[in-house]
Design a protein around this ligand. Structure first.
Ligand code: BGC
Length: 772
């Protein structure tokens, strides 16, 4: 291996300079001590020209794949030239040991200082072995399974030469029209926070060995609050919502040591996030003392021109650098203009130094200065990708992600013998759709279909009929963009199969590529002719098990009323068909709970459980009444609430008890509740605890999730589950614009969903000063 000598001198001098005194922590938040890696970064920084420093702040897309609007010619010649000059600090969308090594070789051997490149990629829910989409995984409420899934993704991606993933997305999402709800953990800040921590730990591990990579908390901030759920649209939210709802998962990720942050496309208070000083410097880098670096989103720096915030790319670069955006993804703004801006005194060189120091620090932490080819081992690549244990791991989380929405006539679990089953729906025989939207490392047709999964169960007669295509038209970027709204030529065959069957399993919903970035919808119905197919089949055989595969909550009021069993199966990844079949046949008793509210219709959106009460609470009011905050044509309540999910057994909650009726600072209250398995099968239940702050300096939600625990119960068994409430539990961003606990009265709720009515009361009191 041939590395630049100068790099080594720099790295080693950093170590000698320090002796043993530097801390080797890679914490990215809250530590004042200068770490060994920061000192090493400084030792390299000293050797760099301004051009080389700015080069570190430049990230280019590779030459083959795109995940955003790309320059027409791909700009390959310019990019290679810049690479050789040392003007590229990072690349995205280059993968595979061979390609990564080739580009790393240029950086290390042909540039003056030989500083290695960091290679980023959207490893969102798996790499080659695909996990369920993040929204689905969130439905598992199982942090060990979610962490394991991130570990699998990290191991495969790292074996493929990558060392940085643009995940987790921790945007709290309330609007199902927004296509990217599939990429996050749903509508609750607390659930998003604990999942963010699990994912960061899974991706990054205890240390950056060759099976882990750097993670990235995105999109900072507010992106999911795009008006009307239209991707990239304007965001206009209060500081209260920003701090109480949007920021907590980012803070949790920062405290868990996430290596990087990504800013976002949207504006906030009229200022695009990429140029937003308040977000990036005031909150993230100052208030939170975050020591990692911030990468822009794809082209978001340049997009500040279209926003009407910067007059040209140079101006945008000035605004972004001053606001604390450390790396420019694919706008070329920094590489083209930042040196001039420094020379003109518009951006202080100290700001450049600060950004580069953060970037170099991560390269040291990852071990790239010690061995730039650490992630480039062909043998490991071959041995690691697609390992059997990875397939088992993603199957496990896939089963846990499934949510049983309804099971009225006990059609489920299916009998294993002597049944005639009709399996209907194009998505039942699709080996690509289950891979979901962000499966860019995986190949088409590599998921197990529902048909294949059900074929493993040989005791029944299984007849498959497509019924109708989901997508149609031209293929663009690997998928058919249009939904089939006309072609019903397969209906007759499906109806015929249904007529002969004891039970009909219908797999309907959205294609995996009809959700995700840039895939907003204005309707939330089951797309195209599929709803008509469902109704036509129902006429001849109402014994239907509806298996939904989709990337967002759907409005399925008709099905909820007419179909006896509904299973929410999302896009579950490589092992999808096995996971679904095992749940349908009862080899896995479903335990998932919804991480996002299902609306009755699109007009209710955004609908979320942790809403405010308003001055005229309309819940429970008849629809014909007026002067209440409700609709005249639909109830306020959701179709399925946040936290809802059934099992093949049943659970009963009772005996909610509190250890006291008040506590003061330093104290706590223990809440406990009994959960009994009242059915006939072993089952798992996610016991959820919510609170409500009745009166506060700013209005508080009607319920807020504060804790949960998964319990396994045998038939007849009861367990007592407890939860501790202390000052931290009741803190919020108050009228004083700080996080604090205010004295007052609270309710606490426990149950199997956010709709639980089992409640108790407590007070938080201010400690009276002791008399002398
Ligand atoms: C997305 C990011 C993603 C980036 C790189 C953007 O369009 O918003 O989430 O990480 O592209 O692919």
């Amino acid at each position: 291996m041939k590395f630049k000598l100068i790099t080594y001198i720099a790295a080693i001098s950093g170590m000698i300079l320090l002796g043993c005194s530097g801390t080797k922590s890679r914490s990215t938040s809250g530590t004042a001590a200068i770490s060994l890696y920061e000192r090493k970064a400084d030792s390299v920084l000293k050797l760099m020209t301004l051009e080389e420093k700015v080069g570190q702040m430049n990230q280019y897309n590779g030459f083959w794949e795109v995940t955003g609007p790309a320059p027409k010619d791909g700009d390959a010649a310019k990019k290679y030239e810049h690479l050789r000059k040392g003007w590229v600090g990072s690349m995205l969308n280059v993968k595979g040991v061979k390609d990564v090594r080739a580009l790393q070789k240029i950086a290390v051997e042909q540039t003056r200082l030989g500083i290695p490149i960091i290679f980023g990629y959207d490893v969102i829910h798996g790499y080659k072995t695909v996990s369920p989409i993040p929204l689905a995984e969130a439905a598992s409420w199982d942090m060990d399974a979610i962490k394991k899934s991130a570990e699998i993704a990290a191991a495969e991606a790292a074996a493929s030469g990558l060392n940085w993933t643009f995940a987790p997305m921790v945007d709290v999402s309330r609007d199902a029209r927004w296509g990217r709800v599939m990429e996050g953990a749903g509508e609750d800040p607390y659930l998003n926070s604990v999942i963010a921590v699990a994912r960061v730990k899974g991706f990054q591990g205890e240390k950056y060995d060759e099976f882990h990579l750097a993670a990235c908390a995105k999109h900072f901030a507010g992106y999911s609050f795009a008006e009307a759920g239209r991707d990239y649209n304007t965001v206009d939210i209060s500081d209260n919502t920003l701090h109480n709802i949007i920021l907590p998962p980012f803070k949790a990720a920062a405290e868990a040591g996430v290596a990087t942050f990504m800013n976002s496309f949207n504006e906030l208070e009229g200022i695009p996030a990429t140029g937003n000083h308040y977000l990036q410097r005031d909150i993230l880098k100052n208030r939170w003392n975050y020591q990692g670096f911030v990468v822009s989103d794809w082209g978001s720096l340049g997009e500040m021109v279209a926003h009407g915030y910067a007059k040209d790319l140079k101006h945008a670069s000035e605004l972004a650098a001053n606001a604390g955006s450390d790396m420019d993804m694919e706008s070329s703004g920094y590489v083209e203009h930042l040196c001039a801006l420094v020379r003109e005194g518009k951006v202080a060189e100290s700001k450049i130094d600060e950004a580069v120091r953060r970037i170099l620090k991560l390269k040291f932490e990852l071990g790239l200065f010690d061995d730039p080819y650490k992630y480039c081992n062909e043998e490991r690549e071959k041995q690691t990708i697609g390992k059997k244990e990875f397939l088992d791991g993603v199957l496990d989380v896939a089963k846990k992600s499934i949510v049983l929405l309804k099971n009225d006539k006990q059609l489920l679990p299916l009998k294993k013998q002597g049944q005639k089953i009709a399996l209907i729906g194009a998505l039942a025989n699709d080996k690509t759709s289950p891979l979901g939207n962000w499966r860019i490392g995986a190949d088409d047709n590599t998921a197990v279909s529902v048909l294949e999964g059900m074929q493993q169960y040989k005791g029944n007669t299984l007849t498959y009929a497509k019924g109708a295509d989901v997508a149609t038209g031209k293929t663009v970027m690997g998928f058919k963009t249009h939904v089939n709204v006309t072609d019903k030529s397969g209906f007759a065959e499906a109806i015929n199969a249904a007529k002969q069957a004891d039970v009909v399993v219908m797999v309907l919903g959205e294609h995996g590529l009809h959700t995700g970035e840039g895939r907003s919808r204005s309707e939330l119905t089951i797309p195209g002719v599929q709803q008509e197919l469902l109704e036509a089949v129902h006429k001849v055989n109402p014994n239907i098990v509806l298996v939904l595969t989709n990337g967002r909550p759907l409005a399925i009021s008709w099905a909820a009323e007419n179909v006896p069993s509904i299973v929410e199966a999302w896009h579950l990844g490589t092992q999808s068909g096995h996971a679904i079949a095992q749940v349908l046949y009862g080899d896995y008793n479903p335990s998932g709970k919804l991480p996002m509210t299902f609306p009755r219709n699109v007009g209710q959106v955004p609908i979320y459980y942790n809403h405010k009460n308003t001055g005229r609470p309309g819940d429970g009011q008849p629809t014909e009444s007026v002067f209440w905050s409700q609709y005249n044509d639909v109830d306020n309540s959701p179709l399925y609430p946040f936290g809802h999910g059934l099992s093949y057994t049943t659970f009963e909650y009772s005996n909610l008890k509190l250890s006291g009726n008040s506590f003061a600072e330093g104290g706590n209250i223990i809440v406990s509740v009994d959960v009994k398995n009242t059915g006939k099968l072993d089952g798992k239940e996610v016991v959820q605890f919510y609170i409500r702050d009745l009166v506060a300096s700013v209005t508080r939600p009607v319920k807020e999730l504060k804790g949960f625990e998964m319990v396994s119960l045998k038939p007849g068994e009861t367990k007592t589950v407890s939860f501790s409430i202390n000052k931290k539990t009741i803190e919020f961003y108050s009228a004083n614009k700080i996080w604090e606990a205010e004295p007052g009265e609270f309710k606490v709720f426990a149950g199997g969903s956010s709709a639980t009515k089992l409640e108790g009361n407590f007070k938080y009191t201010v400690q009276q000063p002791q008399r002398p």
